[in-house]
Design a protein around this ligand. Structure first.
Ligand SMILES: Cc1cc2nc3c(=O)[nH]c(=O)nc-3n(C[C@H](O)[C@H](O)[C@H](O)COP(=O)(O)OP(=O)(O)OC[C@H]3O[C@@H](n4cnc5c(N)ncnc54)[C@H](O)[C@@H]3O)c2cc1C
Length: 284
């Protein structure tokens, strides 16, 4: 449980971070809250000869809200998301999801940027960001670029981010209508066996827009266009929900592990998604 030796850096601006990343290449890694990276280093599953702490880099922990958009700096912690009342009002699903991550101790340190950038299929925020159609702002030696959360994840721990790029912010349209984040886990503090993020808007008694994503049921988060299509235009009847759930079950690809066999995970996925759609509709 002791990590291999590493050099520790604490730059105060992004230029310093980028310079270190360029200088050390693959041997360098940024650290945000450290609550995914440090355990990996202690278990010797990650070796990081040059560790670049982002804590002192100015401007990464801001939250900005407008009528149309929300921007979260990469270093905004899960604790801040839970306790920011304007944010909770504008996008209550963020608070509902953050409250289901780990425990207060982890949430004090764990950041939205670390959770989203990491590419761990067990992290809750990536699926939620796909549900909310977030855009990720990355900065690297060539400057800034944006990538849609729906295009960012390639495989477990493999993302569209280059080694010399840093995630600086996440921007999402202010969510409309009802929402739900539903998570099944083995015990408090555990990663999801299955989790669902659902955002639904209603017009004339019917589903006007629907966005459904699930977590830890594939090596990447799963945003299901087929599940969305099954809901849009319906009155969210039990039949429509069943069709949407069947569509999602066609898109996930869970593997057996210590959270259970594939058949169990598929069953839990169906239960969790049904609950989430019904709760989001009741709030729409
Ligand atoms: C006991 C325990 C239980 C947990 N349970 C859950 C859970 O239920 N759900 C859940 O979602 N998470 C869970 N986590 C993980 C926790 O939420 C992490 O803190 C979070 O996933 C990563 O955030 P971090 O700020 O700690 O990132 P770090 O650990 O600092 O970094 C994680 C990875 O992302 C990279 N990274 C970090 N920031 C950036 C950036 N700005 N740009 C580019 N790359 C970056 C790092 O290089 C590293 O590879 C748990 C952790 C623990 C210890």
């Amino acid at each position: 449980m002791i990590p291999a030796a590493f050099d520790y850096y604490r730059p105060t601006d992004m230029a310093g971070v980028l310079a270190l990343l360029q200088q050390h290449g693959d041997d360098a890694r940024v650290m945000a809250g450290g609550h995914s990276l440090i355990p990996m280093m202690k278990l010797r599953m990650a070796e990081v000869p040059h560790l670049i702490d982002l804590q002192d880099v100015a401007g990464l922990d801001q939250i900005s809200l407008s009528a149309e958009e929300i921007t979260l700096g990469a270093m905004v912690t899960q604790h801040t998301i839970i306790n920011h009342s304007d944010l909770a009002q504008a996008a209550p699903i963020l608070r509902e999801a953050a409250l289901q991550i780990a425990d207060p101790q982890v949430r004090y340190m764990g950041t939205i940027g670390g959770n989203v950038a990491n590419g761990d299929p067990g992290n809750d925020m990536p699926g939620l960001m796909q549900c909310l159609d977030a855009r990720l702002t990355l900065i690297g030696p060539e400057g800034e670029r944006q990538v849609a959360a729906r295009d960012y994840y390639e495989a477990a721990y493999m993302t569209d981010r280059a080694d010399d790029e840093v995630l600086v912010a996440i921007t999402l349209p202010v969510p409309q209508g009802g929402y739900a984040y539903e998570k099944q886990k083995r015990k408090i503090g555990d990663y999801a066996t299955a989790a669902a993020a659902v955002q639904i808007s209603k017009a004339d008694g019917k589903v006007a827009t629907a966005s459904v994503a699930m977590t830890n049921l594939s090596d990447v988060p799963v945003w299901s266009e087929a599940a969305n299509a099954a809901l849009i235009g319906s009155e969210c009847t039990p039949e429509a929900v069943k069709t949407a759930v069947a569509a999602m079950l066609g898109d996930i690809d869970p593997s057996e592990d210590n959270r259970g066999p594939v058949a169990f995970k598929r069953h839990v996925a169906g239960v969790v998604l049904t609950r989430a759609i019904n709760r989001a509709w009741s709030r729409a």
